[in-house]
Design a protein around this ligand. Structure first.
Ligand SMILES: Nc1ncnc2c1ncn2[C@@H]1O[C@H](COP(=O)(O)OP(=O)(O)OP(=O)(O)O)[C@@H](O)[C@H]1O
Ligand SMILES: [Mg+2]
Length: 265
C-alpha cells in the first residue's frame, strides 16, 4: 500500500488518485491548497500523511464560527504581571515554515479571510498589526484549507476572492476498490467482511438527499470494522456505527436496518 511506503512516521494514507502529487507540487510551488470533500473521507489523514512525507511540522486549526483573525495570528497575554505577545498557530506556522491546516475554513469569521489573502497570493506575507511585524513566508510554509461543500449554506460559503487563491482537490467518497483496503488496514478485519461493509456503505450513500442528509463516512465504516475486529457481532456493529449516527428518525432507521439485513443476508 502506497501510504506505507513513505517513511516510518507518515500516518497511513491510501491515495484515491493523484492528490499526493498535487499536494507535493503545490508545496514545491508555494501555492495554497483547498481540499473539498464530505466528512470522514480522509482529508485530515491526507494532510497529516503529506506533512510527514514532505517533512514539515503541521499546525491544525479546527475552524468554528467564533474563530477570529486574532485566534490565528496571536495576541498579547498577561503572564506573571507582564504583557507578552503569544503567536497564534498561523503565525507559528509562517515562522517555522510549517504546514498550516485550516479545517472547515468556511466556519471561521469573516476577518479571517482578510488575513489569508496576502498570505495566499504571490506576496506570501502575514502582517501582524499588533506588533508591527510583517512576516514573509519561507519556502517550507504552506496553507491548506478544507471544507465540506455538503454543509454549505447561503451564509457560509467561500467568497470567490478567497476561493480563487487556492488550488483545489475534490476528495469524494472513495471507490469500493479503494475503501476496502483502507477499512482492512485501519481495522484488521478480513477482506470479505470489509467488502460487505463497503457494499452497505455504498447503498447508504445512495440515499443521500432522500432520507439522509449525508452519506455514511469512511470514518464510520472504519468504526464498524474496528468493533467487529474487537469481537462485536456484525449486525450490531453496523447498527451502532453506520446506522444510528446517520439519523434520529425511527422510521428511516428501521428502513435502513431492513436494507442492511437484506444485504448482509
Ligand atoms: N485514503 C485513506 N487512507 C487511509 N485512511 C483513510 C482514508 N480515507 C479515510 N480513512 C480513514 O477514515 C478516517 C477519517 O478520515 P479523516 O479524519 O481524515 O476525515 P476528514 O475528511 O478529515 O473528516 P472531517 O471532514 O469530518 O474532518 C481516518 O481516521 C481513516 O481511518
Ligand atoms: Mg478532518
Amino acid at each position: 500500500m502506497d501510504g506505507q511506503a513513505f517513511g516510518h512516521d507518515a500516518p497511513f494514507y491510501l491515495p484515491q488518485g493523484d492528490e499526493c502529487d498535487i499536494f507535493a507540487a503545490a508545496h514545491a510551488s508555494h501555492l495554497p491548497l483547498l481540499l473539498k470533500g464530505p466528512t470522514g473521507c480522509g482529508k485530515t489523514r491526507f494532510v497529516a500523511h503529506m506533512a510527514a512525507r514532505i517533512g514539515r511540522p503541521l499546525h491544525t486549526v479546527a475552524c468554528h464560527d467564533d474563530l477570529s483573525a486574532a485566534d490565528l495570528i496571536g495576541r498579547y497575554l498577561l503572564k506573571g504581571g507582564e504583557t507578552v505577545w503569544v503567536d497564534g498557530p498561523l503565525t507559528r506556522a509562517v515562522r517555522e515554515g510549517a504546514i498550516c491546516y485550516l479545517d472547515e475554513v468556511v466556519e471561521a469569521r469573516k476577518d479571517v479571510a482578510v488575513v489569508l489573502h496576502p498570505l495566499t497570493d504571490d506576496r506570501r506575507i502575514l502582517p501582524i498589526d499588533r506588533t508591527g511585524e510583517e512576516l514573509h513566508a519561507g519556502p517550507g510554509f504552506m496553507l491548506v484549507a478544507s471544507y465540506n461543500p455538503g454543509y454549505q449554506n447561503i451564509l457560509k460559503t467561500l467568497k470567490p476572492s478567497t476561493r480563487q487563491r487556492f488550488l483545489s482537490v475534490d476528495l469524494g467518497f472513495p471507490a469500493p476498490a479503494h475503501e476496502v483496503p483502507v477499512v482492512m488496514r485501519e481495522s484488521g478485519i478480513d477482506e470479505s467482511r470489509a467488502t460487505l461493509l463497503v457494499r452497505i456503505a455504498g447503498k447508504l450513500r445512495a440515499l443521500k438527499g432522500q432520507d439522509l442528509e449525508e452519506g455514511v463516512s469512511t470514518r464510520l465504516v472504519v468504526y464498524a470494522a474496528v468493533l467487529i475486529a474487537g469481537g462485536m457481532g456484525f449486525d450490531r456493529a453496523v447498527r451502532i456505527a453506520m446506522i444510528e449516527p446517520l439519523t434520529d428518525d425511527p422510521e428511516i432507521r428501521a428502513g435502513l436496518l431492513d436494507l442492511v439485513a437484506a444485504l448482509a443476508g
